[in-house]
Write a protein that binds this ligand. Structure first.
Ligand code: AMP
Ligand code: ZN
Ligand code: FE
Ligand code: FE
Length: 281
């Protein structure tokens, strides 16, 4: 079983990379991709804990925004982490997430919530990418709400007055950066309407021109109809179809390996990278 989209506590997951690798072994996965938001900081710890039987696919989920302001997540898999252009875009995104957090906190303060940057930082592991889930955890710790799900449903969804966007590249730029760094670009949960506005199906052509390699078809947030539409688009453009859990530890309901990727699809994806950056012990 191959799961190509998971998070650790180097972003908004709750398991350390070590725990994630151990759980992947226990779940009988044959390959797992670590795809923390806008960072590669968890790679080394994951590599260190890897044992025979499990392949580690190095990756990151790159936050993107279209020119219309629609949020898109692009999975970059098997890219060269030394690539300067990609590194600097990821660093800029992470940096911008800090100022954006201050703005969101200010909006909560105006509405009467007593919450500070220190409260949010207390929810964040060292070196992790800061995100809304950490603000959610701080609101829960303060007793305002009960779970991340509740916080997102009530006050932190993309259309909420408390929501502030942060700098992110366009999806086309992210694809070009990932390809320039030798990796594979797979668009994540493209039709997840739970996340707010989604791109129209016409948009995929632009992404294909930029070098898109694959589409995450199987994902908890996709309806049966979404999956059929996305599989058809993938077939039309000769793209790889993936399935994955988007596991976040206990930060989300998603269970490790709840969806997975066909081994032949994964082989096609690997063949579209410049060099294998899958770690096998
Ligand atoms: P950000 O990148 O800071 O804008 O935060 C987005 C992240 O919030 C996503 O990657 C999800 O992991 C998380 N998220 C979004 N909706 C929910 C939800 N309903 N419950 C828990 N986590 C969520
Ligand atoms: Zn996340
Ligand atoms: Fe995502
Ligand atoms: Fe994700």
């Amino acid at each position: 079983m191959i799961d190509l989209h998971t998070h650790s506590n180097f972003s908004d997951g709750t398991d350390s990379p070590a725990d994630l690798i151990n759980k992947a072994h226990a779940a009988g996965l044959t390959a797992i991709a670590l795809t923390d938001h806008d960072t590669v900081a968890g790679w080394d710890e994951a590599i260190q804990w890897l044992r025979p039987g499990l392949a580690l696919v190095l990756g990151s989920e790159i936050s993107c925004q279209t020119s219309d302001g629609i949020s898109v997540h692009m999975l970059g898999l098997m890219f060269d982490r030394e690539n300067e252009e990609l590194r600097s875009v990821m660093a800029r995104t992470r940096e911008n997430r800090i100022g954006r957090m201050h703005k969101m906190i200010a909006r909560f303060n105006l509405a009467g919530y007593e919450i500070t940057m220190q409260d949010v930082e207390a929810q964040l592991s060292d070196g992790a990418t800061l995100g809304r889930p950490h603000l959610a955890d701080a609101l829960i710790a303060k007793g305002y709400l009960k779970s991340r799900e509740e916080v997102f449903a009530e006050v932190l969804h993309n259309d909420s007055p408390f929501y502030v966007a942060h700098y992110s590249p366009t999806p086309e730029d992210a694809i070009r950066l990932i390809k320039g760094a030798g990796g594979a670009a797979v668009i994540a949960h493209a039709m997840s309407s739970l996340r707010g506005r989604v791109i129209s199906t016409d948009t995929f052509e632009n992404y294909v021109q930029a070098g898109l390699d694959g589409i995450e078809v199987l994902h908890r947030d996709h309806t049966a109809e979404n999956r059929i539409i996305l599989a058809d688009i993938a077939d039309e453009f000769g793209l790889v179809k993936t399935g994955s859990s988007d596991y976040h530890g206990n930060g989300k309901l998603n269970q490790l390996a709840e969806f997975h990727t066909d081994p032949t699809e994964f082989e096609k994806l690997e063949a579209r990278t410049t060099q294998s950056r899958v770690i096998r012990r």
